[in-house]
Structure formats: C-alpha cells, structure tokens
Design a binder for this molecule. Structure first.
Ligand code: ATP
Ligand code: MG
Length: 399
C-alpha cells in the first residue's frame, strides 16, 4: 500500500521507540480503492505523552489530548496520531461518556464506524482487517462494525456518515445496516446541527447522491422537515445529481429549489447552523426562480445587481436544469459585459455620490435616487457612462 514519506517516517520512529503504530481510517480505505487521500491518521500503542516524547524534535500540537490525539507536523503536513482507544458507554446518542486507552489495535478498530474504515496498515505488518473491510471495499458496501442498532444508538451521526460514504464512494449499504438506518433515524435529533451540516454537504457532493436521497428520504426529511413540502422528491433528487458536484452552494440550492420559498430555505439553513454566506447564497438562488429570465443585455445587468457576478452562473445552471432554458445567450451577454467592463452597478458609474452632490447641490436621499436614475439610464443606453454625460443627463432630468 502506498504511504507518503512523512507518514512512513512517523511510523518508523514510533516502531523504533518500541510502539505499535499503523495508518488507519479513511486514508487506508481510499488508498486500497486507488483514490487519493488528503489526510492521514496514525493509531499507536504509545500514550499521548510518549508520542510527544518520540517527536520531541517536531512541531507537535495537542489537538485532542483527552481523546488521545496529538498532531505532528512532518514534511510540512499535519498528521494526527491517536493512542489506541476504546469508547466507554454512550448515554446521549452523541459521544462516549469516557474513552479508555488500550494496547490492542483490534480493540481500537472495533470502535470504528464501518468495516471499510476499520482497516489498519503498517509496513512490515501488513493489513490488520478483523471485520472484513477489504472484502466490503471489493463488494462496494458500507457495513457497520458490530451490531448496527447498537452502533447507531451510541452515535447517531453514524447514520448520516453511512449515507455520506455510500454517496461519495458510490457504495451500497448492507441490508442490516440499511434497516437500522431507517429504524434509528430519530436518534439524529440528538446530534448537533454543525455535525449534521458537514456530513450533509459531503453527502450532497457525492456521485451517488440521487440513489441515497431517494432511498433514505425518511432520514433526510427527519433532519430537514422543510423538504417534506416538496411534491416531486424524485425530481428534486434528479436535479441535485445533475449539478456540478464540486459546488456545494448549487447542490444545496437544488435540494431546496422545489420548496419554491426563499424564506423556508433560509429558516431551514439557519436551523442547521449554516454560515450566513451559505444561507444567503442558497436562499437567493431559490428566490431567483420567481424572477423573469433575462433576455436582453440590460436585463442581464439588472440580474447581476441581484445575484452578483459570482452567483449569476449558478442561477443560470438552476434554470437550465429546472426549466430547460437556453442559457447560452445569457452566458454570452454576461461574458461580454465583463470583457468590455460595461457598467451594471453603482461602483462602475463614472460619477459617485460626492460628484452628484457637488454638481447638483443635493444631499442624502436625493443623491441615492439620482445615482439610481443615472445607473438605469446607462444600463438602458439612454446616457453614456462618462462624467459629463451623466451630469448633464441628471441636470436635464432635474429641469
Ligand atoms: P474522510 O475521507 O472524510 O476524511 P474518514 O474515514 O477519514 O473520511 P473521518 O471523519 O476523518 O473519516 O474519521 C477518521 C476515522 O475515524 C474513520 O475512518 C473512522 O474509522 C473513525 N470515525 C470517525 N467518526 C466516527 C464515528 N462517529 N464513529 C466511529 N468511528 C468514527
Ligand atoms: Mg479523515
């Protein structure tokens, strides 16, 4: 199995100091699948203080010392090193009441969520795979380590993680695990919105999102009740699947589009504790379905005022997918506006508020109104965007 040099270096330092140490988790899974892994986790028999002593010459960050995790910077990249541990009892469907360190890698792997995430590897020792994770990778299957009902009672976030991995990896979900997902979905109400939100976005960006959203609509509606108002859920899921998978804004906008309500979207995203930026962008895109599609350059400029440059292409994607509109002319007009540096907002006008105040001897509200008039006149090509033209246009209007 491929491991980058910095991870090899950390593993061999721990081995040389007499500890067991393995690469674990998502990076092992991804590398078996031939996918690139972005972060590597190491599990070790060394206690956190012992790990810190082994890496005395390195930059070490005590990331989650009470859970046994320290981060070591090696070859310029952070690597999390966590002491083998087992989780204590769970009384809240969220986190273990306590964690206990152990000297057994098998015990550490047994607390992990899915078999495909419960494989350890170290050069010289090969794979430690007590739950058949490699077989499940071959069969493209998400399966709980241990009894699914119990695992989803311990930590309900695993329900959403199962859907996320199935969506991203394009895996199916083993039948007992799937049954427990449906049966235990209400446990998700105990999970913090921030944790749900992160998994949801990853799920939405997955290549298998259509399948997961349609099959597990009960789970999705449980965490986002606003979506139950959608009349054709299958169509919504199809639209999500059609959008650029790397654009989380667009995928969220498609998820909410058929609620037809910016206010409903905004309230739902707020409840899930999405950032203001995401909430505002997604609800704006949902709102835009109610505005007439821009067919002229002036209309494109006015649409840009509503969406901004960044979100206009997203808006066009939405109407293309939902209404089958021909968006090429709008794309071309927008490109032309950009290329020519044509005026579509106040900042592009050849005059500013102070100019208007000085030239026309007005102030406050009046300035704002005149600037709007000037911008409209320029957009409609009733006036050129030069200082002289705009001032005489406004003076003429006053007279
Ligand atoms: P990603 O590619 O998103 O990083 P990952 O598998 O590395 O996927 P992480 O959330 O980074 O997922 O977690 C690292 C590992 O920790 C997982 O592979 C799994 O073994 C374990 N793990 C994470 N969250 C849980 C959980 N809620 N319950 C049990 N084990 C978990
Ligand atoms: Mg990870």
């Amino acid at each position: 199995m491929f491991l980058p040099d910095n991870v090899m270096e950390l593993l061999s330092k721990l081995h040389a100091a007499g500890y067991e140490a393995y690469a674990v988790g998502g990076a092992v899974r991804d590398s078996i699948m031939g996918r690139s892994a972005d972060d590597y986790d190491i599990a070790t028999s060394a206690l956190p203080a012992q790990t810190e002593a082994v890496f005395a010459g390195y930059r070490v960050i005590e990331t989650g010392i009470q859970h046994g995790t320290v981060t070591v910077i090696a070859g310029g990249a952070p690597v999390e090193i966590t002491t083998f541990r087992v989780d204590g009892s769970y009384s809240d469907n969220r986190h273990p009441d306590e964690v206990t360190f152990t000297t057994s890698i098998e015990a550490d792997l047994s607390r992990r969520d899915f078999t495909v995430n419960a494989i350890a590897y170290a050069p010289g020792r090969g794979y430690i795979d007590p739950f058949g994770g490699r077989t499940d990778i071959d069969s493209r299957r998400i399966r709980c380590v241990g009894a699914p009902d119990r695992r989803f009672d311990e930590d309900a976030l695993r329900i959403l993680r199962a859907l996320r991995f199935a969506s991203v990896l394009d895996f199916s979900i083993a039948s007992a695990t799937a049954a427990a997902i449906h049966a235990k979905r209400e446990n998700l109400s105990h999970v913090a919105a921030e944790r749900l939100q992160k998994e949801l976005v990853k799920l939405l960006k997955g290549s298998n999102v259509f399948e997961i959203l349609t099959t597990y609509n009960d789970v999705i509606f449980g965490i986002i009740p606003a979506l139950t108002s959608i009349s054709d859920w299958t169509e919504t899921c199809r639209s999500v699947q059609k959008t650029d998978p790397s654009d989380g804004y667009l995928r969220l906008a498609m998820l909410f589009y058929d609620t037809k309500s910016a206010a409903v979207t905004k309230a739902a995203l707020r409840a899930m504790k999405f950032s203001n930026r995401i909430t505002d962008t997604v609800s704006l895109l949902v709102a835009c379905q109610h505005y007439p599609f821009p067919k002229t350059k002036a209309a494109v400029k006015r649409f840009l005022q509503i969406t901004g440059e960044e979100n206009f292409p997203r808006y066009l994607q939405c109407v293309h997918i939902k209404k089958g509109s021909d968006i090429m002319p709008a794309i071309a007009m927008c490109a032309q506006i950009k290329q020519n540096g044509e005026c579509w907002r106040h900042a592009d006008l050849a005059v500013n508020g102070a100019d208007v105040g000085n030239e026309l001897h007005v102030n406050g509200q009046q300035i704002g109104k005149l600037l709007n008039d000037a911008l409209n006149a320029v957009i409609d090509e009733r006036c050129k965007n030069t200082y002289g033209d705009i001032i005489s246009y406004l003076k003429g209007e006053e007279a």
